[in-house]
Write a protein that binds this ligand. Structure first.
Ligand code: MLT
Length: 249
């Protein structure tokens, strides 16, 4: 599958994998901070942004898409950063193509599969999308993605990105996330330097879960992002970028 992607800057390559139900444009503050010294590649996952979707997909297929993307760009290995759903894709990518990853950044994400309640939540949201379309996304997702009383410009920005999502794109991604396998054993196999980041108000992946993940990774480091919910890169870009730049050097 050919992914649409943003490609800015020159230098060591960094692949940025976006959250659900957003697209590559959610990385704007990080592209700005990185592009003077790095080549930033941010793909749109199947069904989001400018990458079309025609059928169901799995996170393993999304990992294969990244392998194909890097092949096309002539990049052997790079830093891979995934936030939330982007992290769910980074795990199978690392499991399948460890030599393509030089450093790993796991932001507001987890390795375990959905539990039964989370799976039911996805199935219920799929039904709501089938019935009412993509317009339900902001009301459903904003309380999950942003901290309570999030800053108005961030709410506006996230609403704007979400407004570009299609019902089918969101449905196929929800199925992929609901049916994803447990990747917990991958954590113990990660040998690359790994930065784990979490917003201190993250309502989806709790900060303690992220801290625990960093402690289980051989060369793992944990950085909490203050005053941020799940989309820690957008809610506190200064702290997120500092953690990122300190890590990539
Ligand atoms: C995301 O931000 O990618 C999603 O909220 C992840 C999830 O729902 O598990």
């Amino acid at each position: 599958m050919n992914l649409h992607f943003l490609d800015e800057g020159k230098g060591p390559p960094i692949l940025l994998l976006h959250a659900f139900p957003l697209n590559s444009t959610m990385w704007e503050p990080q592209v700005t901070a990185l592009k003077n010294n790095y080549r930033v590649i941010a793909p749109d996952t199947r069904g989001f942004g400018s990458t079309p979707v025609a059928d169901t997909w799995t996170l393993e297929q999304a990992a294969d898409d990244l392998d194909q993307l890097l092949d096309g760009l002539g990049i052997t290995a790079c830093t891979v950063a995934g936030l939330s759903m982007g992290g769910y894709i980074a795990f199978p990518f690392y499991a399948k193509f460890p030599n393509r990853v030089s450093r790993l950044i796991l932001a507001d994400t987890r390795a375990r599969a959905d539990n039964e309640a989370e799976k039911r939540g996805r199935t219920e949201m799929i039904a709501a999308l089938q019935q009412s379309g993509a317009s339900i996304l902001p009301d459903r997702m904003l309380p999950r993605l942003l901290k309570p009383n999030a800053a108005a410009p961030v709410v506006k920005q996230v609403r704007g990105i979400m407004a570009t999502a299609s019902a089918m794109g969101a449905i196929f991604a929800l199925m992929a996330m609901r049916d994803r396998p447990d990747m917990s054993t991958v954590i113990h196999r990660i040998t690359r330097p790994t930065l784990v980041i979490a917003g201190d108000h993250d309502a989806v992946t709790r900060i303690d879960e992220c801290r625990g993940m960093a402690e289980s990774i051989r060369d793992g480091k944990f950085v909490p992002i203050p005053d941020a919910g799940h989309l820690s890169n957008l809610e506190n870009p200064a702290a997120f970028n500092r953690a990122l730049l300190d890590f990539v050097g």
